[in-house]
Design a protein around this ligand. Structure first.
Ligand SMILES: [Fe+2]
Length: 201
């Protein structure tokens, strides 16, 4: 589904509170990263991915500190637009589908659910040498190390409020493994991998 017209104007986001600003920007970041993770990755859209990730990495904390700053909000909006263009080409992966049951069962916002598993998913995908290399190239572009990115993520304090029950993890891991998003997921992700992530968040 594609819009006929989009209004990409940061003034519309000025009244968003910090929680929604964080969660929606982290969702956009997931879309951008999944453009690299996806088996449908396409280097033609890498400039959008690199620029989008860079804009979120450099602007999100500042936007939370200065919510009325329209230059910063414009950066996040641009990154979000790029993320949308990217997933229209590549689809989303386990990074997204593992968060859906958290939203459905516990009301965890979509972006927050993505943020809670973001480091775990990156670590899992980087077991695949191709992805590890792609992510290394991204962080070289950003002039940061992977650990710097994880430290940055930690600043947003994205966690589940309670540990997930064993029954929930067992039932939902099966569903996640059968989800449509697994078609674009790189490497060979197992039921154990999914259960293990849900146990750690
Ligand atoms: Fe999303």
């Amino acid at each position: 589904m594609f819009p006929k017209i989009s209004f990409i104007d940061p003034r519309y986001t000025r009244s968003l509170d910090n929680r929604i600003t964080r969660d929606t920007a982290i969702d956009a970041l997931s879309h951008l990263l999944e453009g690299i993770y996806s088996v449908k990755r396409n280097k033609i859209i890498y400039p959008l991915i690199y620029k989008g990730v860079s804009l979120i990495y450099s602007s999100l904390i500042k936007t939370i500190d200065e919510p009325q700053n329209l230059v910063l909000r414009g950066n996040l909006m641009q990154a979000s637009l790029y993320g949308g263009i990217v997933i229209a080409q590549t689809g989303t992966t386990l990074q997204h589908s593992i968060g859906y049951p958290l939203t459905v069962e516990f009301g965890t916002s979509h972006g927050l659910a993505n943020g809670i598993v973001m480091k775990e998913i990156m670590e899992l995908y980087c077991k695949d040498k191709i992805i590890a290399n792609e992510i290394k190239n991204l962080f070289n572009y950003l002039k940061i190390k992977q650990d710097d990115f994880y430290n940055w993520l930690n600043k947003f304090n994205m966690k589940m409020e309670n540990r997930l029950s064993d029954a929930f993890i067992k039932a939902k891991s099966q569903e996640i493994l059968k989800s449509r998003n697994m078609q674009a997921t790189p490497g060979s992700v197992s039921l154990d991998d999914i259960e293990s992530i849900l146990k750690r968040i």
